[in-house]
Write a protein that binds this ligand. Structure first.
Ligand code: AMP
Length: 321
């Protein structure tokens, strides 16, 4: 039986949060049996903006530990640190040779993240090409993507198609997929923005202590309408809480008029999900050498495919072996 090859990436720029869990990790775990997935900790992507080296190192190990705690099975789904497989940067350069400057400069994320900054790292411009390399390296067929990554996935498809047309069939052209189970979790303090890793008051970190989780949900921004219903336009905060409850439990709110009850139910639901993750995290975190061994094994297991891809690409481009 052939299974579909999937890649899900996480940037170690901060602590993993509820959005990462419900939007990416849980779908990855749910699809583990039916797909051949790779969980990539994209540490090179964490260097495209001003960064603190110690924090990137610590977040890389922490993310791996949280993934294991949440249920990623490294036997089925290799957890791989991007920089541990040097073929990522090797293929990146080769792909830059088939990508236009204008194509990279057009990326909305580049425009947004570079606007108003004095010193813009060149890697911020070229990282979508590195992302294309991340995907093409492993003959990935499906990439779960949110809207904000659509443009980057399209670039990967363009690069693969162009390369295959010009230099011969070399890459699998990847497809973007939206897993049924993926939720989009909004910030609890600003429900018009996606929950993210940057410091603020509206995120729920997967390792936050229970009282912090409960306080964050109790303080979630709602509205004056006093009715519990989904209305993303007029009631983004309430809609977010209903969605979080539904994602965690499969249940709808019990009281259609009480925001207090909605928040308590959502907090209980999130806590029920996070309690076992915290516990398993403490176990894995007590043995970082074991986690590092899992990372080393993951990289060793997938590297031959990456090496084969780079060999194929080099040959197609005319490099002497
Ligand atoms: P990042 O945190 O940007 O490295 O993203 C890692 C994965 O989590 C990607 O698949 C994102 O689409 C997903 N993700 C990040 N934030 C959210 C969110 N607020 N809601 C749902 N999915 C998210």
């Amino acid at each position: 039986m052939t299974t579909t090859r999937r890649l899900t990436g996480f940037k170690p720029t901060g602590h993993l949060h509820l959005g990462n869990l419900l939007g990416a990790l849980r779908p990855l775990i749910a699809a583990q049996a039916a797909t051949e997935s790779i969980a990539l900790i994209a540490d090179l992507h964490a260097l495209t903006l001003e960064h603190d080296p110690e924090r990137v190192r610590a977040h890389t190990l922490e993310q791996a530990t949280v993934m294991l705690a949440a249920g990623v099975d490294p036997e089925r789904t290799p957890i791989v640190v991007q920089s541990h497989v040097p073929e990522h940067t090797g293929l990146h350069y080769l792909l830059e040779c088939v990508t236009g400057f204008g194509e990279a400069a057009r990326m909305i994320q580049f425009k947004e993240k570079s606007a108003g900054r004095g010193h813009v790292r060149l890697s911020l411009l070229t990282y979508p090409v590195l992302m294309a390399a991340d995907i093409l390296l492993y003959d990935i067929q499906q990439v779960p993507v949110g809207e904000d990554q659509n443009q980057h996935l399209e670039l990967a498809r363009t690069i693969a198609t162009r390369f295959n047309g010009r230099y011969g069939e070399t890459f699998t052209v990847p497809e973007g997929v939206r897993p049924d189970s993926a939720a989009r979790v909004m910030d609890l303090a600003d429900p018009t923005a996606k929950m993210g890793k940057s410091q603020g008051t509206g995120q729920i970190g997967l390792l936050d202590p229970p009282q912090t989780v409960r306080r964050t949900i109790a303080r979630a921004v709602t509205d004056e309408l006093a009715v519990v219903r989904r209305d993303r336009e007029r009631q983004p905060g309430v809609t977010n809480l209903i969605d979080i409850l539904a994602e965690c439990t499969g249940r709808e709110p019990s009281d259609p008029y009480s925001y207090g009850a909605l928040k308590r139910e959502a907090a209980d639901a999130v806590e029920a999900l996070l309690t076992p993750i915290r516990k398993r995290h403490a176990e894995f975190a007590a043995d970082p050498a074991h986690v590092r061994k899992i990372l080393a094994d993951g990289a060793a297991r997938i590297r031959p495919r990456a090496q084969a891809t780079v060999r194929r690409t080099r040959a197609a481009l005319g490099l002497l072996d």
